[in-house]
Ligand binder design. Structure first.
Ligand code: GDP
Length: 201
């Protein structure tokens, strides 16, 4: 399992990327990182899962957290993993932000909601990235955002990356949860994601 004691101690800040397995995390990491300026600096080994730390541009760590939600994982394992990830969120001082991936077609899955509630509780800045956005038509997006907000207890969302959307551009983001539509297939959201990451390292 995760062992935060073996995570690297370095002067760099880190941005963690979290999400269910199959949410599109590897595709997103490949899209935003490519192969440039990237070194895998450490792999904290675990029984079935690993946490990969990538040093990006000699400037910050991108932390690839293990995907959760495998059906075959026992509930005991799942609870243990959840505790460890929460410990990571709460205790690791070098976290500048967390990028939480959620499948844009299924914005209210239980495991994701639990993770987002934990992030809110831990008080970490986080961005919700709605993946596979190419599968969600423009007309469906408001519904997706409404559903997400509703399941997060009515939390006000700040859609970023949509020039035409309400709350885009220079709107006051205070107290709002930033949300971004992303597609590894079309590249949508890539620049905005980098902007958010840059602001949190
Ligand atoms: P991971 O398990 O979270 O690392 O997910 P992967 O990146 O391996 O993707 C899981 C599946 O979703 C694969 O079949 C991908 O081709 C597909 N996928 C990933 N990103 C996108 C996307 O932006 N759009 C679409 N349509 N499919 C995607």
């Amino acid at each position: 399992m995760l062992d935060p004691g073996r995570f690297p101690q370095a002067p760099w800040k880190e941005v963690a990327v979290s999400g269910r397995s199959n949410v599109g995390k590897s595709s997103l990491l490949n899209t935003i990182l490519g192969r440039k300026n990237l070194a895998r600096v450490s792999k904290a080994p675990g029984k079935t899962r690993t946490v990969n730390f990538f040093l990006v541009n000699d400037r910050f760590y991108l932390v690839d957290l293990p995907g959760y939600g495998y059906a075959k994982v026992s509930s005991e394992m799942r609870a243990r993993w959840r505790r460890l990830i929460l410990e990571y969120f709460e205790q690791r001082d070098s976290i500048g932000g967390v990028v939480q991936l959620v499948d844009a077609r299924h914005p209210s899955m239980k495991d994701d909601l639990v993770m987002m509630e934990a992030l809110m509780e831990a008080g970490r800045p986080f961005l919700v990235v709605l993946t596979k956005a190419d599968k969600v038509g423009r007309g469906q997006r408001q519904r997706v955002l409404k559903e997400l907000a509703l399941h997060l207890g009515g939390a006000p969302l700040e859609l970023i990356g949509e020039k035409t959307a309400e709350g885009g551009g220079g709107a006051d983001v205070h107290g709002r949860l930033p949300v971004l539509f992303f597609s590894a297939r079309t590249g949508e959201g890539k620049d905005e994601l980098w902007k958010w990451i840059s602001a949190h390292i």
